[in-house]
Design a protein around this ligand. Sequence first.
Ligand code: PRP
Ligand code: ZN
Length: 300
Amino acid sequence: MDIPEQRIQIAVQKTGRLTEHSIDLLERCGLKITKSRDQLICYGENMPIDLLLVRDDDIPGLVSEDVCDLGIVGLNIVEEKRLNLESEGREGLFKQIYELDFGHCRLSLAAPEEREYAGPESLENTRIATSYVGILNDYLKKNNINAETVYFSGAVEIAPKLGRADYICDLVSTGSTLKANGLTEVDVLMDSEAVVIQTQAPLGDEKQALVDKILQRLDGVLQVRESKYIMLHAPRSALAEIRDLLPGSEAPTVLPLDGTDDKVAVHAVCRENVFWETLENLKAAGASSLLVLPVEKMLA
Ligand code: PRP
Ligand code: ZN
């Protein structure tokens, strides 16, 4: 009898600010995918992993209900879902694994330019339009403010113009949506970025092993993004100083150089971005022949 292969489902935003980066990240983990005709599923060709392309708002629910094993979604959506469930006396059955350092944005309060804002107390007895009722109400409660939240499922930024609200509470990334609608950001409720969430349902050994593998690769991809491989020549006498200047590196490799005793080659993986200033400081300390290379893959 053929035992059907266990496949992992990963929920990814169908269209939006996270889509491209999410798929790119998984491809960097070695996943090759083909899109289905209806573009709702991407099938993994070389790994038993499929991507479900869905609305971002649905991702925490799909992961919580064990329809998907993993999800890539904005922290703002995760937090909103958590608060919504909490208000129903339930708990989200998902756990947050990694912050992915893309899709950075913030959930902010904004108002028409002419409106004066002097802190949360300015919100007293006003109407605030938002898609993030849970987070907004939580914020109002923590600040002891009485205000009316007006739910908008989208296009929140037009609410003040329609006379439906005094303020809006919405995501801001570049700020161009606010600007185009004559609104000014007055306060930040939370900072957000893409995160990986995992279901808390037990997965079985085979699936869990596969989830662990993909998470380990994700971790590797995240680490190399900031990592650089530095090679340089240094006088032996300057080794200690040069070692201190290498950003976020563990013990560098020190190699002899042919035909000289007082100079060595130093190779190091730096876990932080290497800036021009660092190179200039290394040079000032006596380093020469400096070379900085990108790191392609890393497995701790
Ligand atoms: C958010 C928000 C604004 C826009 C702000 O929507 O609702 O419309 O992004 O970005 P900006 O500051 O760069 O102009 P998003 O694209 O996340 O869509 P969604 O809320 O419908 O998922
Ligand atoms: Zn959305």
